[in-house]
Design a protein around this ligand. Structure first.
Ligand SMILES: [Zn+2]
Length: 312
């Protein structure tokens, strides 16, 4: 079965007016989930120990000291980075995002679900071990990978990232790790500026596929099928985690790629087939970007449909 992890705090995490990573995204995500008819479980709060798997104690102290118990009654949000903001419910939402990533690993590793999708916001893949960045507070995909290694003794873990932006945070967390693999397609040049093909990590466990503006689904899928997926298959990973961003969609205001819902469905099906051969036998998928509400809803619906077919 395919399981959804979510919590309404994801709809209460505020950003400034006009910010693309806005609460309405959560409504679009809920519409896609409702259409897929999948069961949902509450996303739990991450523990401090889970966050410390990736983040430095100094960063976590700063986040908790800044946000916990802060009086937001003047209506002003706290700015954590050039484009990363927090309001009264943001710490809870971010903690539940990281907690959902860990619970998703537990559900797949224990065989209770063959795929789990975390429908939480804010996203995570830009958050680095010691800083918030790019709308992200906690590096959810990397935390999930380290959690799998620690709790389930998983040896080799892969994060596959098809968000239009490069996941600099995941890459930073994996850089010196011999058994954690990261494969990403992303538009380049684009925020955050990292993700060149020459960035391979200390042990060549990282593979980046930069795409030109205007790249369409045919070329996108060819890149995954000919370059990124063979790299991950070769690595013989025990668990696959997805950084599922839908801002590569043709309608997205932040990205310039021409990917359509059926392309996300096709890539997800290929990933599901790859995951069936892993020790975990399933997929953990975490929501990242996607800023056109219609594009997000249709692409996520297609992604969930492909995940759900796995259990049939
Ligand atoms: Zn993105």
């Amino acid at each position: 079965m395919t399981l959804i992890l979510t919590d309404e705090s994801a709809g209460r995490h505020q950003t400034p007016s006009g910010h693309p990573e806005r609460p309405e995204r959560y409504s679009a995500v809920l519409s896609a989930i409702a259409g897929a008819g999948l069961a949902a479980v509450t996303a739990p709060l991450a523990t401090r120990e889970q966050l410390e798997l990736v983040h430095s104690p100094a960063y976590l102290e700063m986040i908790f000291e800044t946000l916990e118990g802060h009086d937001f009654s003047d209506g002003r949000l706290i700015q954590l980075d050039g484009d990363t903001f927090a309001g009264p419910d943001s710490l809870e939402a971010a903690l539940r995002g990281a907690g959902a990533a860990c619970l998703a690993v537990d559900k797949v590793m224990s065989g209770q679900a063959c795929s789990v999708f975390s429908a939480m916001r804010p996203p995570g893949h830009h958050a680095e071990p010691d800083r918030a960045m790019g709308f992200c507070l906690f590096s959810n995909a990397a935390i999930a990978a380290f959690h799998a290694a620690q709790k389930w003794s998983v040896k080799r873990v892969a994060v596959l990232d098809f968000d239009v932006h490069h996941g600099n945070g995941t890459q930073a967390a994996f850089w010196d790790q011999p058994d954690f693999f990261y494969a990403s397609s992303h538009q380049m040049p684009l925020y955050p500026g990292t993700g060149g093909a020459d960035e391979r990590g200390l042990h060549n466990t990282i593979l980046n596929l930069p795409l030109d503006e205007g790249t369409d689904g045919t070329e996108f899928l060819a890149g995954w099928r000919n370059i990124l997926l063979p790299f991950i298959a070769e690595a013989k990973c025990d668990l696959i985690i997805l950084s599922a961003g839908f801002d590569a969609h043709s309608r997205d205001p932040l990205g310039g790629l021409q990917i359509e819902a059926e392309d996300f469905a096709a890539l997800t099906t290929d990933i599901v087939h790859l995951a069936k051969d892993t020790a975990a036998g399933g997929v953990v998928s975490l929501l990242e970007g996607g800023y056109d509400l219609h594009g997000l809803e249709s692409a996520l619906a297609a992604h969930l449909n492909s995940l759900a077919e796995m259990g049939e």
